[in-house]
Design a protein around this ligand. Structure first.
Ligand SMILES: *Cc1c(COP(=O)(O)O)cnc(C)c1O
Length: 423
């Protein structure tokens, strides 16, 4: 069955997938084919029931097919699925988001995290009248041209394209720097002071595995932006509503000018958002000169799912419990590895964690790359065989949902011990 789906997929979809992270390239073996998902479980077409720590790469914080989200979708669907006319649900969504994120007066809804970042960058350029954007190696901001870059020659400086099809011009307006290197970013910002529109950062870098910012690092970015008149953008597509009801920026002493959101705010439907102070947001069309649009933006199904998801999160307020469970899980995983003498670092924040087979928690992308990925691949498959689905790459972050109970986490630790033993 799976082999049949796999060969059909490969013959009509490039690489058999509609997003490359699904292809299992970095862990090997055939990718999964989903049948359905419910609660903490993903059910595959070849009959497996997997405890899901990937959770669609983050959005499914209530677990899959949450009954309230499903009901909201059903009720919305019969009323028509796109009007290109504003709905009250869009206003409610904007009220809920701006009401729960300190720095946001206004928010524009789009269809993906990629679009959110693309809009934030254009807005930062339009607002400041400057060209350059500084990003950090290993941070992911979607697949817009200027973000598909890697460090050029040297540790910090003008970027080179990391994808075919990205022009040297698009890459050349991006500066790249190592994460957590305050001296390097300071030099780079000052070098390009007059032309720097924004620094964009995942405040908790979660797309190279989880890499936490060092103390005061984000504050230093804030100071540097203020010094040269650039905007600070927190890309919170993963972290928004994952760690608190609102943005990570609510918890952080550094306050960004713009925040991008996605994933959780859509409750599993396609969405993105960019928001900030009215003074900046008013530069967007139709009031301002920075153009941005979308036929399906604020789509009623996405609003229904997103609102149901966010309202349930607001009333459950599961964040401290999620964190306590994640601490328990990662502590048990560390203990098990230590007992076997296997070096592992498991950075964690709230209900996000990742596994690096190396001695210490990585501080940046080059330290991330210096981990034992072969062991990760063995452990990933060992866990998968035992019914536990970690994200299929050594460089992704794992997530808990509110339905990952203590009993399920105990089973996860058992599977981890066995997978380690065989690695
Ligand atoms: C997922 C993600 C994106 C891209 O969002 P899409 O909806 O996949 O386009 C951008 N930034 C961060 C931090 C993300 O995690």
């Amino acid at each position: 069955m799976n082999n049949d789906l796999h060969s059909r997929a490969l013959s009509v979809i490039p690489g058999g997938v509609n997003s490359p992270a699904r292809a299992f390239k970095s862990v090997g073996g055939n990718p999964l084919y989903a049948d359905r998902a419910e609660g903490p479980y993903l059910y595959t077409r070849d009959g497996r029931k997997l405890l899901d720590f990937c959770l669609s790469f983050g959005p499914m914080v209530l677990g899959h097919a949450d009954p309230d989200v499903v009901k909201a979708l059903q009720e919305a669907a019969v009323k028509g699925t796109s009007y290109a006319v504003t709905t009250e649900a869009e206003i409610e969504m904007a009220e809920l988001i701006t009401g729960s994120i300190d720095i946001m007066d206004k928010v524009r809804l789009v269809n993906s995290g990629t679009e959110a970042v693309m809009t934030a960058l254009r807005l930062a350029r339009g607002y400041t009248g400057r060209n350059k954007i500084l990003k950090f190696s290993g941070c992911y901001h979607g697949h817009t041209d200027s973000m598909l870059v890697q460090a050029g020659s040297g540790v910090a400086g003008i970027a080179a394209a990391s994808s075919a099809g990205v022009t040297a011009e698009a890459a050349g307006s991006t500066l790249v720097c190592a994460f957590n290197d305050a001296a390097a970013v300071e030099t780079l910002v000052r070098e390009h002071a007059g032309d720097l529109a924004a620094i964009v950062v995942e405040p908790l870098a979660a797309n190279m595995g989880l890499v936490l910012p060092e103390a005061k690092y984000l504050l230093r970015l804030r100071e540097l932006c203020d010094e040269v008149g650039a905007l600070l953008i927190f890309d919170e597509v993963i972290t928004g509503y994952r760690l608190t009801f609102g943005a990570y920026a609510n918890l952080c002493c550094a306050k960004p000018d713009l925040i991008t959101l996605g994933k959780i705010i859509g409750g599993g439907l396609p969405i993105g958002a960019v928001g900030g102070k009215a003074e900046i947001m008013n530069h967007l069309a139709p009031d301002g000169p920075v153009y941005q649009a979308g036929t399906l933006s604020g789509n009623p199904l996405c609003m229904a799912a997103g609102l149901a998801n966010l309202r349930k999160l607001q009333s459950l307020n599961p964040y401290s419990e999620l964190e306590a469970r994640c601490i328990r899980l990662t502590d048990a995983m560390k203990t098990a590895a230590a007992e076997k003498g296997i070096p592992v670092a498991i950075p964690r924040f709230g209900s996000m964690f990742s596994v690096f087979f190396r001695e210490s928690e990585p501080r940046n992308f080059s330290e991330v790359m210096a981990s034992d990925t072969e062991r990760f691949v063995k452990v990933f498959h060992g866990m998968l065989d035992a019914g536990i689905y970690l994200p299929p790459s050594p460089f992704e972050t794992s997530f808990l949902s509110v339905l990952h109970t203590d009993a399920l986490l105990d089973k996860t630790v058992e599977a981890w011990e066995q997978a380690l033993a065989k690695s």
